[in-house]
Design a protein around this ligand. Sequence first.
Ligand code: AQP
Length: 340
Amino acid sequence: MTETTFTPRVFSGIKPSGGLTLGNYLGAIKRFVGMQGAMETIYCVVDLHAITVWQDPAELRNMTREVAAGYLASGLDPDKSILFNQSAVPAHAELGWIFNCVARVGWMNRMTQFKDKAGSNAEKVSLGLYAYPSLMAADILLYHATHVPVGDDQKQHVELTRDIAAKFNHDFKRDFFPLTEPVIEGPAMRIMNLRDGTKKMSKSGESDMERINMTDDADKIAKKFKKAKTDPEPLPETLEGLKDRPEARNLVEIYAALNDQTSEAVITEYAGAGWGKFKPTLADLAVEKLSPISAEMARLMDDPAEIDAILAKGAEKARAVAEPILKDTYEIVGLLRPAG
Ligand code: AQP
């Protein structure tokens, strides 16, 4: 097999399964915006992933626009990046089916996110939730993406994407799909739940108090940080002192990521500070960074037609990249297509 060189290209996405959280912002959106200009960037609202669990149809449409508004308000520029919603490019689902036939059941059985989400209810969840990582591989490989910025929770799915690409290339004796690299770097790769530092902050978590939403106002943000679970100790002198203090470490990492600092720098500045000092300072910083974004999101959400037009234009550009790759995939697999 000859080594193929792939054009550096970024793909990533967010599910419109609820309102965006600070975890989505710091672990994903802020970094997506930072990668614009350095490489070709393609960002998606992955609505087909959202329906792997029940979504109210009107709310799904609304959340799809809200995630798009979150991207745009955070600085994603539709002239620099391709921005669209997944279901508007049918090739995602088509390649997803082919990958269902490449991926092995044993690989899927190892996916920890499925185990976490299905819990003891695995017999009753949708088949789509089980096959989710195979559709995610299609999202990425449909664009021959070489880099995928994600939070730590998605690392295993990107590794599975590499396994699918490698098996496809091996089975069909072509170097057709790249072995995509996950990009997981910085202090905010796993923002934790504010009420339980051992659980990830999620859109769909049970209580609103466990997460900061990108649309929360200043009062809500202050209240949520004030009530965030911590321990009685002040901040330590060194990072090592945060070991076995998951809630304290989480608040330090949130501060660091919001302020574009390392966690070490935050600890150096606040060594010995109590929560009565650190929490309000963190809340002020979060309000300073998030309030211009939430104001712009509200403005955009007042004009859904503008969001829809941006997504439609993005989908057209995405189809232009995806369709030739899907066509070649069909050809390689041996699927007969009408001429023309
Ligand atoms: N807590 C987090 N810390 C860091 N990064 C995070 N991401 C999500 N939560 C955190 C990153 O955001 C991107 C989009 O994720 P997603 O919405 O497609 O899926 P998810 O990871 O399942 O997000 P949620 O909020 O937990 O959604 P629900 O509750 O609906 O399942 C990814 O890059 C992810 O790493």
